[in-house]
Every structure is written in C-alpha cells, then in structure tokens.
Design a protein around this ligand. Structure first.
Ligand SMILES: C[S@@+](CC[C@H](N)C(=O)[O-])C[C@H]1O[C@@H](n2cnc3c(N)ncnc32)[C@H](O)[C@@H]1O
Length: 303
C-alpha cells in the first residue's frame, strides 16, 4: 500500500476500498476477488498486486502469493511496496537486501506521524535507554565529541544522548521521520541517506561514538557496517546497538514479521573480521509485541 494508496483509477480504487472492508471484516476470500477486479481496471498498480499477494498468503495460496509478489516487483523494481521482503520470507529470494531503501523510506514516511505514540506508549520501547545503560555498565558515560546516530528516526536516541555528546549527526532514509527529528533540535546535522552510503562518506577516525537503536532489524548482513565503523571510529571509540536475536546457526534470518534477527555467533564473527572488540553483549528486549518482550540483545563494540 504505502505511498501508492491510489491506483490512479477511480473504479479500481473503489473496488479496492470494498476489498479492504471485507478483509477487515474477516473475509479474505471476498477481499481477494475484489482486488482481482480492481487489478482488471488498473493492471499496472504494484501496491494492488502486493495486497493480493498478502491475501493469497492469508488464504494459504502460496504459489499464487509468489506469482502476485513477483508481478508487484516487475511493476516496481525499486520495490516501495515490499514484495521482495515477502518473497524472501517465502524462501523465494535471498534474505539479505530484501528490504529495499525505497520500501523502508515509504514504510516510515507513513509511520512517522504515529511512530512515537505507537512505539513508546503501546510497545514499551526502550532502545535509547538500553544504549545508555550499556555504556554506563562499562563505565563510559562520555563526554563524546562526535556521535553518529544510524537510523535516527524521530530523534529519540538524539534526545537521550544529547547531554553526553558535543555533536550528534543523524541519518535516516525517511524524510518524514527526519522532519520529526529536526524539530527536536538535538542534532548538529541530519542526512537523508542509506546507512552504508552515509558511512562510506565519513572520514576515518572522525567519530568516537556510533549508535543504532532498533535499526539492524532492517539490515541483514552487518559485515560491511562493522568494517565501516572500525574505519570511522577513533581508537577507543564505541559502537552501541540493539538487535533482535535468534538462536539458529545462521548469522541472520528474516523473521515472519519482516524484521531481521541476528545470532550471537554471527555478531562475534563480524566483530573479529572488522578488528573490533566486543565489550558487552547481553540479552535485553527493546520493545514488546502483543504484550510480550521481543527477544533481543544490546551490544557494545570498541575500536
Ligand atoms: C524502528 S525505527 C528506530 C528509530 C530510532 N533509532 C529510535 O530508536 O527511535 C528504525 C529507523 O531506521 C531507519 N532505517 C532503517 N533502515 C535504514 C537504512 N538502511 N538506512 C537508513 N535508515 C534506515 C528507518 O527509516 C527508521 O526511521
């Protein structure tokens, strides 16, 4: 759905609206029929194909779901709608890179107006507090000269770390999330960019703190990020982040909820490969899901 809420065809939009009403009313089969009718009117509407894929999945029609997601991806190769992540979840695409920058930006542009209420109030979010507690736990409370906040969102991490840092630079893909962060006036600079691209542009030895709260759930392979962090951090600089955890052998998996989870072994391998040092890795949940803490960890690495 996301940005492409409208197909651009009034008849298709009306059928789609009826379809969503049937879906909300617990009748995915009728909803799917109506989406098919909407797509007869607007066959190039990627978000419509994605919605049909979701309904097919709900109905247990795996083969049809795969075909409809593939059609969405053909129509929108940048994949704002998120067909790639769904195909990866179904085992039809490699998980790494399945969440495209266009999809993340669209997801959070839509989420931004209710992000803090939903995350903090409804899901008991405590990512920024976990990062601070982890640093306190190893006796490193700043002051820090230049901190980078990866996936800064609406600026909750910036707010929490403002008293400890001279400058904080935030980066995020979502313009709407960045607008909220800007309004907090806690960042020296905010950039709309993908994290890996942003890191590549940072000079060597140019930061003494890198922060990432609840962001690596959108990134699979962290090897490149860890190498970049090792290059950018000054000696003794710290890289603090939360992850959603899992205990399978793979370094990372894409969960059913379309979020990545990382394993302790995977993190340790990337740390060693990047020449960083593991200072702290402990179980800690950053938010809840349906009232239950989501298993996770908070990690502190040192250059
Ligand atoms: C769950 S929010 C967390 C925001 C913030 N760190 C906090 O603790 O409140 C995740 C944020 O990361 C951003 N994001 C996810 N993947 C990204 C990427 N590859 N590059 C830049 N931003 C990304 C999203 O746009 C979103 O604003």
């Amino acid at each position: 759905m996301l940005k492409a809420r409208s197909s651009g065809n009034a008849v298709a939009d009306r059928r789609f609206a009826y379809a969503m009403a049937y879906k909300a009313g617990g009748d995915p089969a009728s909803a799917a029929e109506l989406v098919v009718q909407a797509l007869d009117e607007a066959p190039d509407w990627a978000a419509g194909w994605l919605a049909l894929g979701d309904l097919n999945e709900t109905l247990g029609r795996r083969r049809e779901a795969i075909d409809t997601y593939r059609q969405a991806l053909r129509l929108d190769p940048a994949d704002e709608a998120g067909a790639g992540a769904r195909l990866a979840r179904l085992g039809e695409m490699p998980p790494d890179g399945a969440m495209t920058p266009a999809h993340i930006a669209a997801l959070f542009d839509e989420y931004a107006p209710r992000f803090e209420r939903s995350l903090v109030d409804d899901l008991s979010y405590r990512g920024p507090a976990l990062l601070r507690m982890a640093l306190e736990g190893i006796g490193r409370n700043g002051p820090f000269q230049r901190a980078l906040d990866l996936g800064c969102g609406t600026g909750l991490v910036g707010e929490a770390f403002r008293p400890l840092c001279q400058d904080i630079v935030g980066v995020d893909l979502s313009a709407a999330m960045l607008a909220k962060a800007r309004a907090k006036q806690v960042y020296r600079q905010l950039e709309q960019a993908e994290i890996a691209d942003f890191l590549l542009r940072q000079a060597a030895d140019s930061a003494d703190l890198i922060l990432a709260a609840d962001v690596f759930i959108y990134l699979g392979d962290l090897d490149n990020i860890f190498h970049q962090a090792a290059r950018i951090l000054v000696s003794g600089g710290l890289f603090v982040f939360t992850i959603q955890s899992h205990s399978e052998p793979a370094a990372f998996i894409l969960n059913h909820d379309l979020r990545y989870a990382h394993s302790r072994g995977g993190i340790e391998n990337w740390v060693t490969g990047a020449g960083l040092h593991l200072r702290h890795l402990d179980d800690a949940w950053a938010r809840t899901d349906r009232g239950m803490p989501v298993p996770g960890q908070v990690v502190v690495l040192e250059r």
